[in-house]
Design a protein around this ligand. Structure first.
Ligand SMILES: Cc1cc2nc3c(=O)[nH]c(=O)nc-3n(C[C@H](O)[C@H](O)[C@H](O)COP(=O)(O)OP(=O)(O)OC[C@H]3O[C@@H](n4cnc5c(N)ncnc54)[C@H](O)[C@@H]3O)c2cc1C
Length: 418
């Protein structure tokens, strides 16, 4: 089918690739732009923990978070880092972020997140069906591991909220955990094992495989820096490396860098980089049978093709600051507490930028300032999970099909009014 319409997609992380593929399947003539090849380490979609976190409806900002911030910052093994010189720039973002941690607001946010996460494993399977990417998806359980039951009970509120949105889990004591994974140390005394999740065994290879499919089906990938997306009198355009390309529609899916492009269109987009890290332990002596969220340490251990990936933590310091060393040292120290006998023979380290809004919800939909320009960014900690669904929603709306979920929480102009 050839609809005759031309669509440009700016950004080839999981959001852009998913959107481009669904648009291509709808018969559009799609050009995908990025300054890097998909699957490269500059992309947030490359280095994440790989979890298809379909029940991650509880945002980071929850009741009581503020109380814990000082101890998280002061603890040398804590999950939160701040470059203090960045604090003045962070304040306009962090105040509404913390305000959104009120219980009533968290409930609304969880409800909205559920609409883009609930069927996310199936969305990945549908997106990748018939492509080389499909072989990189594992389906299975995902365990939140605690030192003891008391630790889990401190998270009871969040788990109850997950249950309201369909999460099911089994509770395992240490004996059952050791049956499945005899290498676990004393720090693993209890787990809530969430059912029917999934993970990607190599997110970089997954992106590269999706690009290969897009190209094979006739899509054009244009490597270059996009300086501008403009509405135009008739049709929107993309300027790349000094050349202007006209389209019938343009989708901005540029992760944390979308802010600059959206602000040029006249939108207010308080998008902040929640920087996160990974350390891959190559050729590890053992790996967990399923991914573990180390709930006290606040990072994930995922068994991947390239080794055991430790990924997570949060650092505020802006988009462009260089990577820090301290988060990587935490991975090394804490992994030894979970797996005291673990050995490995090399590491790969990485820093990425979660594109985060103060209300923990992405912007998905048509710009109210520029007809024909669409947004698909801002999915904070759950962008890998929600990418394929987001791409499908954008494709539906461009085709004039009404999405079967309420799109209001994701409105592109909701921060303009603030
Ligand atoms: C440590 C860590 C762990 C995580 N774990 C998980 C997880 O387990 N599960 C999960 O669901 N999510 C996870 N996430 C979050 C997830 O990785 C992100 O939400 C997601 O990757 C965002 O995808 P994206 O396509 O919006 O952005 P990106 O992957 O960053 O892609 C944006 C693309 O736009 C391009 N671009 C931007 N501006 C321009 C320009 N001007 N010109 C040309 N190209 C441009 C960039 O080069 C880039 O390729 C994690 C994140 C981190 C940091």
């Amino acid at each position: 089918m050839d609809s005759g319409l031309k669509i440009g997609v700016v950004g080839a992380g999981i959001m852009g690739l998913s959107t481009a593929l669904w648009l291509q399947r709808d018969g559009y003539d799609v050009t995908l732009f990025d300054r890097v090849e998909p699957g490269s380490g500059e992309q947030t979609s490359y280095g994440n923990a790989g979890i298809l976190a379909r029940t991650a409806v509880v945002p980071v900002s929850v009741p009581g978070l503020l109380r814990h911030v000082p101890s998280m910052l002061l603890d040398r093994d804590g999950p939160l880092f701040l470059r203090w010189s960045y604090l003045p720039k962070l304040i306009p973002w962090i105040i509404p972020f913390l305000r959104n941690g009120k219980e009533s607001r968290v409930r609304q946010i969880a409800g909205a997140l559920d609409t883009i996460l609930g069927d996310s494993v199936d969305q990945h399977l549908a997106l990748s069906k018939g492509t080389a990417a499909a072989a990189l998806i594992e389906t299975g359980n995902y365990a939140y591991v605690y030192k003891d039951r008391a630790g889990f009970e401190k998270d009871a509120w969040g788990f109850a909220l997950r249950r309201e949105h369909g999460a099911e889990w089994e509770e395992w004591g240490r004996a059952k955990l050791l049956e499945q994974d005899p290498n676990l140390g004393e720090e693993a005394g209890f787990a809530a094992v969430l059912k029917d999740h999934g993970w990607i065994r190599d997110p970089g290879a997954y992106l590269a495989a999706l690009l290969e499919t897009f190209r094979r089906e006739g899509g054009i990938f244009n490597l270059g820096e996009i300086s501008e997306v403009l509405p135009g009198a008739e049709r929107p355009s993309v300027t790349v490396s000094g050349e202007t390309h006209m389209f019938d529609h343009v989708v901005v899916a540029s992760g944390v860098w979308s802010r600059r492009l959206a602000e040029k269109l006249g939108h207010k987009v308080p998008l902040e980089a929640e920087r996160g890290y990974h350390l891959v332990l190559k050729n590890p002596s053992h790996m967990p049978p399923i991914p573990y969220m180390l709930s006290d340490a606040k990072f994930v251990l995922t068994p991947m093709d390239g080794g055991l990936r430790c990924a997570g933590l949060v650092e505020f310091g802006g988009v462009d600051a260089p990577a820090s060393d301290a988060p990587l040292r935490i991975f090394e120290r804490r992994i030894k507490r979970i797996y005291p006998t673990l050995t490995w023979d090399g590491t790969e380290s990485w820093m990425g930028r979660r594109p985060s809004t103060p209300d923990s919800l992405p912007l998905i939909g048509q710009s109210t300032k520029a007809k024909g320009v669409w947004f698909a960014f801002g999915a904070q900690h759950i962008g890998l999970t929600s990418g394929p669904k987001t791409g499908r929603l954008v494709a539906d709306m461009i085709a004039g099909r009404t999405p079967n979920i309420d799109m209001t929480p994701f409105a592109t102009d909701r921060f303009d009014k603030a």
